[in-house]
Design a protein around this ligand. Structure first.
Ligand code: SF4
Length: 727
């Protein structure tokens, strides 16, 4: 404290001065920016336009980007406070290398020398495939594209995947099987134009809040929400279907059964554009309303009502998110959703679409350009024509392109447990919070010879285990593009300089390539992300995800545009896939897929009587690395909780706000606050997954969808007890 303050002469007037800002009105002078920089939200896949207010080189405010076509002048609480993430206390500022057991600050040159030397040494000793890479849905598309080339052509390993497998891989696999390619067919506008909307396992109000304004704008809809919880979105519904956990696939098959039995299908569409109807019809015989009511807990009358509403709709929309994807039956359930759309012809028209709503801000970018589950531009690993085409664009020998995808995320972890993966590069993700059954992950990571974690934040539970931490620039500090859930490409702009010595992921990838000696070959003349974007345009040209008509200039003019956009096409037109009924399969027909329901893998028992469901809350983002540093969000939601039905609590002698332990066969989460609520049905409990202090993934099950490899986060058997009981 200075002497003036000590004697009462300094009243901190500079600190507390007020002023009038052009858009803020009368407010704290500290919060009036010098200028605003338009960009795109870096949290969820809704893809809202944001402006970052900058004052004296610091991000001090966020506001909606009024002209952006997605959010129409609104933001959710995370978007409105996003600038706090940039100057957070826990930002990673310098490269840190483990020496003598401790992470110590080093220069970039030493960090990258050591990284490349250790990766090469590991590959020389154990084979190229012993290096794994786990990336994220948080990078810009240009960075995915650059990283994919570096990993697969530079390092020569295809054991490369992203945390996107933890959230939307089942949607990808389902689309590929049903339609021949990934790519959500619809658009947000369909939420306004459908007359019947069925949301399955999609709590938009918490997870994609800005999409609720599209629902609210549609006065003529019937909204049906299938969710075991009475979620905030279920409270908005005309009909809530409180399905038993993981019975949605049976419900969908039951609806399809009724549609066929009562001739509510579009025979002309089926005959012209699909294959497999006869098999599906026979298969669905077993899904009678009686049986489906038994499996789902929904009355036959309500199942009929739902089927009739969807079957008779002029434009029926089915949206889903993690309630469907986070399952061992995720891919099959996506196929069952696509079946309904195909049987009724509710696809490729205004309001009519099956529509996956993705998680992260740029999960879509990694799907298109990412080199993980497919080659860039939705090319297939096992298609020689696809490989040859890509190799020709790049001027490399086709033999350097992998002929199959490498291990998916959980398989990389299991390969680390088995000591087949010996070095790992983790980029912008925090598996020590997000991976199911943390014990297995800890075991795998402890086996590694060398772990590099590249992140905007340090310490995180994952960076703390690293041998090398590379500090990365984050949202607001770098440039590129994100693609949102409706295939809308939106510009991401740099508002401020990266903190400390942090560098953009793009710069880091080029620097690693330089050390590897492949920069000139893979990235000839590249210095900016626009160079990567230019090549990506050429690579995507003629593909379903055609970016050839998109440029940074066009994005600056229009805010955001949907792909496919060929050169000269109208950037303002709403784009839907499969409007012509032509699918990406060899015969152009979509597949009707027989998808059998089975109970989820870990059923409750007397020792573990509750089904644990996990999910999100509107205030926080994923592993809370960012949002715990945003004061208003952290104050609104400072700790995890466990939702339980009051009838169950009464039987256990528990009361609201009691501290309880949640226990599964794999572990124990200690000291969780109990909330008693009818939102959760008897026999079920719910817990958010953001909180490392009480990490629900200590108890979740490492069971995975056999096709997509997505984890079954949503159901496992637990007991709830007072702390200390039976320890
Ligand atoms: S809805 Fe999603 S994209 Fe929009 S402001 Fe909120 S977090 Fe950001």
């Amino acid at each position: 404290m200075n002497w003036k303050r000590a004697i009462g002469l300094d009243n901190l007037s500079e600190e507390y001065a007020f002023a009038r800002g052009e858009s803020t009105g009368y407010t704290s002078a500290k919060k009036i920016p010098d200028h605003w920089v338009p960009t795109t939200c870096g949290y969820c896949s809704v893809g809202c336009g944001i402006e970052i207010g900058v004052k004296d080189g610091r991000a001090i405010a966020s506001r909606p980007f009024e002209l952006h076509p997605v959010n129409r002048g609104k933001l959710c609480p995370k978007g409105l406070s996003e600038h706090y993430t940039i100057h957070a206390e826990n930002r990673a500022k310098y490269p840190m290398l483990r020496k003598g057991g401790k992470l110590v600050r080093v220069g970039w040159n030493e960090a990258l020398d050591v990284m490349v030397e250790r990766f090469r040494a590991t590959q020389a000793k154990y084979g190229a495939e012993s290096l794994g890479v786990l990336s994220t849905g948080q990078l810009v598309t240009e960075e995915f594209y650059t990283l994919g080339k570096l990993v697969q052509l530079g390092f020569g390993t295809n054991n490369y995947d992203g945390n996107t497998t933890l959230c939307m891989a089942s949607a990808v696999s389902g689309y590929k099987i049903s339609f021949g390619s990934d790519g959500p067919p619809g658009a947000y506008e369909d939420l306004e134009r459908a007359d019947v909307i069925l949301l399955i396992g999609a709590n938009l109000a918490d997870n994609h809040p800005i999409l609720c304004q599209y629902l609210e704008a549609n006065r003529n809809k019937t909204l049906i929400v299938a969710d075991p919880r009475v979620s905030k979105t279920a409270m908005m519904a005309d009909i809530h279907l409180p399905v038993k956990p993981r019975s949605d696939l049976a419900l969908l098959n039951g609806i399809a059964h009724i549609l066929i039995r009562y001739s509510l299908v579009d025979r002309e569409y089926i005959d012209k554009h699909t294959a497999g109807f006869a098999d599906l019809e026979r298969f669905l015989d077993a899904y009678t309303p009686e049986r489906v009511a038994e499996i789902t807990g929904i009355s036959q009358e309500t199942i009929f009502k739902t089927a009739l509403l969807y079957g008779r709709a002029k434009a029926g929309f089915i949206g889903w998110t993690m309630g469907v994807n986070h399952s061992t039956l995720g891919t099959a359930t996506v196929n069952a959703i696509c079946n309904l759309a195909l049987l009724t012809g509710h696809i490729g028209r205004a309001g009519a679409s099956p529509f996956s709503i993705t998680g992260q801000c740029n999960a879509m970018g990694t799907r298109e350009a990412g080199f993980t589950s497919s080659l860039p531009g939705y090319r297939k690993f096992d298609n020689s024509a696809d490989r040859a085409e890509l190799a020709a664009i790049w001027g490399v020998d086709e033999s350097r392109l992998p002929v199959k995808r490498g291990w998916a995320y959980p398989d990389i972890v299991e390969a680390a447990v088995a000591k087949k993966i010996r070095a790992l590069w983790i980029i912008a993700t925090n598996p020590l919070v997000s991976y199911p059954n943390q014990d297995v992950l800890r075991h795998g990571l402890s086996n590694l010879d060398f772990l590099v974690v590249q992140d905007g934040y340090h310490p995180t539970p994952t960076t703390e285990l690293a041998d090398l931490v590379l500090p990365a620039a984050i949202w607001g500090e770098k440039e590129g593009t994100y693609t949102n859930s409706e295939r809308r490409v939106s510009k991401v702009n740099k508002a401020v300089q990266p903190v400390g010595e942090a560098r953009s992921d793009f710069d880091i990838f080029l620097a690693v390539a330089e050390k590897l000696g492949c920069r000139d070959e893979l990235y000839p003349g590249w210095t900016t992300v626009e160079d990567a974007f230019s090549e990506w345009r050429r690579v995507s040209k003629g593909r379903l995800c055609d970016y050839s008509g998109i440029s940074f200039g066009l994005l600056a003019e229009h805010g955001a545009v949907q792909w496919p956009l060929t050169e000269g096409a109208d950037p303002n037109a709403t784009s839907r896939l499969y409007s012509d009924g032509e699918f990406q399969t060899p015969d152009g027909r979509a597949k009707l897929v027989c998808t059998d329901w089975v109970p989820f893998p870990e059923q409750p028992t007397p020792g573990y009587p509750f089904v644990l469901n996990t999910g999100r809350t509107v205030e926080h983002w994923h592993t809370r690395t960012k949002t715990r540093e945003v004061p208003i969000l952290e104050r609104l939601s400072p700790r995890a909780w466990l939702e339980m039905n009051p009838r169950d609590a009464k039987q256990l002698g528990l009361r609201s706000h009691d501290s309880v332990d949640v226990v599964s066969r794999r572990g124990r989460v200690r000291g969780v606050e109990l909330r008693l609520t009818e939102i959760t049905a008897p026999g079920q409990v719910f817990m958010p997954f953001h909180f490392v202090e009480t990490n629900v993934n200590e108890v979740t099950q490492d069971a995975f969808d056999p096709i997509s490899r997505e984890p079954n986060y949503k159901q496992c058997a637990v007991r709830v007890e007072r702390p200390g009981a039976n320890v």
